[in-house]
Ligand binder design. Sequence first.
Ligand code: AMP
Length: 396
Amino acid sequence: MSKVIAVNAGSSSLKFQLFEMNNESVITSGVIERIGLEDSVFTIKYNGEKDVQTLPIPTHKEAVALLLDTLIKKEIVKDLNEIRGVGHRIVQGGSYFKESAVIDDYVVEKIDELKALAPLHNPAHLIGYYAFKEAIPNAGAVAVFDTAFHQTLEPRCYIYPIPYKFYEEHKIRKYGAHGTSHFYVSTRTRDLLGNPEHSKIIVAHLGAGGSLSAVKDGKCINTSMGFTPLAGIMMGTRSGDLDASVVEYLVDTLNIDMHELIHILNKESGLLGVSGISSDFRDVQKAADEGNERAKLALDIFFRRVIAYIGRYFIALGGCDAIAFTAGIGENSAYARKEILSLVSEALGIVIDDDANENGKGERLISKPESKIKVYVVPTNEELVIARDTKRLLNL
Ligand code: AMP
């Protein structure tokens, strides 16, 4: 028996999934939220039951201790040493990591160095790493980088057309994000295509955060997020691509500082900013259905920004065998998929299978046989990638 836990430590949260790697089954999963507050919330799912507790959890150290205690109390594991590996999701690996890595002093140093590029995430990942290391010192630890899959981009795709010295001296370039999801979904899509020698796949990861990627023969050749996740398509609260002059103009006009404005672009823009209603796709859709014009406009912009990348990547790939939809909106909203596909169907020869789109469940084909491009829904599974890499790199 070899158990591996996949961990995603955020600044005030810690998500986990414990796997039995012999059959890749999820034994238990959950999340600890609002760490540092009096009313932290610990949710754990086990044996088809969900337990939710509200209690004060001051730091990640106590969060990990509570989680591990619970695993013993609920007899999910008999001994913590059954957990042989801990896989940590790391948002920013910069240009240092082209693949996952066993965490040693060098890896810690680089994750720490890269906090300049991911100030909210990388420090939290390290806190999570130390908390698990202290609690289960015998388990190995692996870092799975959200940027690694995009490291195959060529300079012509990742260099910004600004003075080159900014790249050389300050590492300003496109890094992308959601790489673990793009890797999983594009690999599954290739499987669904029958693992052809050559494949051209566009992945549309549409969730609260969203990004598209172009994957040729298993290698990512471009992706829509940039130096940070602020770039690319419109998202729940992020603007996506924007003329940088707007930043200077608003800073001057509103007399606010740059950090405030970047906060607005990250947290108060996107679907929320345009609709004025919500960052949640379902809320915006409901308002649009009820006739709210700004909600309709928000959705229109969202769809058009997605198809702009589909078009771009269709050209970049020199055609396309399959488009795969994933994440909260991509997996669950037949309406969003239909709207997006309708906008490109004439140009790309896509014929949607409405029944499969609307009534099917989970991983499936949603285009008709005569469609020039196959379209799939592929539920993402970043945790499984993290657990697999952890098992592989630790030789479990
Ligand atoms: P994620 O970040 O992947 O969890 O995705 C969150 C987004 O998915 C939110 O905007 C949700 O409104 C959206 N979402 C989740 N379920 C549905 C659904 N059934 N229909 C439409 N959107 C959904």
